[in-house]
Design a binder for this molecule. Sequence first.
Ligand code: SF4
Ligand code: SF4
Length: 300
Amino acid sequence: MITGIHFLLTYSCNLTCDHCFLFCSPTSKGTMTMKQIRTVLEESKRLGTVRETYFEGGESFLFYPVLVEGIRFAREMGFEAGIVTNGYWATSVEDAMLWLTPLFQLGISDLSVSDDELHYGDRPDSPARCALEAAKTLGIPARSLCKAKPEARQSPMSTDDKGTPEISGGIKLRGRAVEKFAGGLPARKREELRDCPYEDLRDPKRVHIDVYGTVQICQGISMGNCWKTPLSKLVSEYDAEKHPICGPLVRGGPIGLIEEHSLDLKGEYVDACHLCYAARLDLLGKFPEHLGPRQVYGLE
Ligand code: SF4
Ligand code: SF4
């Protein structure tokens, strides 16, 4: 049952983080219009199960007027609205309050601010901290999102139940994170990768929707295109078993995806998402309706 709609308001971002699984950068294209946001919200209402919306990217504050207006519309329709940002706009606490006051007045339910070494290195004056301080002063519910460069943990306490070193840092090995980090990490045995560890593909609780109409169940896996088929119809007709990517994944994880599509993937893989992403790259041309957009695969 879908309870959350996440707008990928833009793929554009002022940063180009190594761990970005959407391949966002200052040159990325693709920003939603107000008309598209309204269409998705109206369809979300039709679903009858959606409670929460999130506005994220890319960097959602790069298109501030659209962000504010989108949230206004979401709130008027009775949805909760949260935001994910890297906080680049918070040049001081005082100035950050200018950006946040209109959002506070709209009653946003969450401001999640990326505040870690991957975004800001060891800068003691990261703008994320100003953003969080301003949110606290105004009384906006806010939290900091912290991730770290992935590393294999060496301690026996941090191995999984098969004795395989766990990867620390909270980074999922998809998108640019694969290019930047996978090389230095220990490989898992492929036969262990028979589950999708993070997404409930049979019964997704939230989807991410972008400017192209891609309704993403996991980044780069699409339920369909909501500019061609209304979102409410896509969601009500979604059946993971019949989906050419989710079906194999729910039956056998990334290994199931490889086996059912008879892929001949060489190489070593660090975890399930790494193998899943590699398999999907191989299938991109065959299933353009179910895998995309190309931006998320680093191809735009
Ligand atoms: S991880 Fe966030 S801040 Fe970094 S490039 Fe991607 S969208 Fe931008
Ligand atoms: S295994 Fe695939 S579908 Fe599951 S969370 Fe990882 S990338 Fe997403």
